[in-house]
Design a protein around this ligand. Structure first.
Ligand code: APR
Length: 246
């Protein structure tokens, strides 16, 4: 099978083997800290120091972390694939970019980006952030927050994502538990568009029954294998277009 319009969705599972914690696995992030305290606007209003501390720690832990074979396989797919391709990630890390993916869409934002609540500007941010941080654009102090989408907030780039889902012919979900909407609903939107749907995960996700095909295993094994298969099918299809079978 070859495809013309691919949408890929990734979650925390794709970065697990690089040493980035997932959220809902045993010893996951939400087993150690209450998401209401660190990933809601209400939690930020209640205790901004705690929230800054939480994301400063996540930003620091990313230093020195390298992308893995699954991130690299997707960068390879993007580079070699001739059709329309959209990589959507729920992850706030920069491992897709480090692996060479050119235009990942961060629907939940990025930990290395800051947002000023006074002027609305975004800025790249690498060090620690605090209640005394100053906006590089408007110089206002104390209104900076990490540019991450918290529970109860609208994810980014939804128009673009939904337009791609409405016309895709292949939807692949990688390393996500299918607990959080709207991402968990993407497979249904892709099915409505008539797309072939594939789940690549360590174990069946909450939405596993919605997928036509599934490969279970570690991302560093199943993603490169799937990408090689996909690219081989593309080559065959291209060959058939040139030399139609009798
Ligand atoms: N290879 C493949 N899949 C893996 C691996 C691995 N090495 N390790 C874990 N997984 C799978 C788990 O089985 C699980 O299904 O990755 C999934 C991770 O699920 P979650 O921890 O729930 O993370 P995710 O689905 O990305 O969370 C969605 O929820 O907390 C919010 O905003 C946060 O973006 C996040 C969203």
């Amino acid at each position: 099978m070859s495809f013309d319009r691919i949408v890929i969705l990734t979650g925390a599972g794709i970065s697990a083997e690089s040493g980035v914690d997932t959220f809902r696995d045993r010893n996951g992030i939400w087993s150690k800290v209450d998401y209401r305290d660190v990933a809601t606007p209400e939690g930020f209003a209640r205790n901004p120091r705690k929230v800054h501390g939480f994301y400063n720690e996540r930003r620091r832990r990313l230093l020195g972390i390298r992308p893995n074979a699954a991130h690299e396989a997707l960068a390879r797919l993007e580079a070699a694939y001739g059709g329309s391709y959209l990589l959507v990630t729920q992850n706030i890390d920069d491992l897709h970019e480090s692996a060479g993916s050119r235009r990942p869409v961060h629907m939940h934002g990025e930990v290395n980006s800051a947002f000023c609540e006074a002027c609305g500007a975004r800025s790249r941010w690498s060090g620690d952030m605090s209640i005394n941080s100053q906006c590089p654009h408007c110089q206002t102090t104390g209104r900076m927050r990490v540019d991450v989408v918290w529970f109860g907030e609208m994810p980014y780039h939804m128009d673009r994502i939904e337009a791609a889902l409405a016309t895709c012919d292949l939807f692949v979900s990688i390393g996500t538990s299918g607990n959080v909407y709207p991402a968990a609903g993407f497979v249904e939107q892709a099915r409505l568009a008539g797309a072939h749907t594939v789940e690549l995960n360590l174990e069946p996700s909450e939405g596993c029954s919605s997928f036509e095909e599934a490969l279970y295993g570690r991302a560093t094994e199943v993603v490169p294998a799937f990408v090689s298969r996909l690219l081989a099918a593309e080559v065959d299809a291209a060959f058939e277009r040139i030399v139609p079978l009798p």
